[in-house]
Write a protein that binds this ligand. Structure first.
Ligand code: SF4
Length: 66
């Protein structure tokens, strides 16, 4: 894997954090998996919050917007 892997360069990264709450300035959402941790049937699930410099083993560097 490239040593330049980062969420901000990943196809699955959304560069704004739509989840409620306070997040880091460079936070975004990882869209690789469906939302998680739905608290109850009437609440929505949450997308994992990551920072642009994070990365994981699912990194896909085809994000042309990065
Ligand atoms: S956590 Fe992994 S899949 Fe999600 S945006 Fe970051 S590198 Fe991509």
């Amino acid at each position: 894997m490239s040593n330049k892997a980062s969420c901000k360069a990943c196809s699955f990264y959304e560069d704004h954090a739509a989840n409620a709450g306070t997040v880091a300035a460079d936070a975004g959402l990882c869209r690789f998996n469906p939302p998680v941790s739905q608290p109850d049937a009437n609440a929505r699930g949450l997308w994992p919050v990551v920072t642009g410099s994070d990365w994981c083993g699912h990194f896909d560097g085809n994000n042309k917007a990065a």
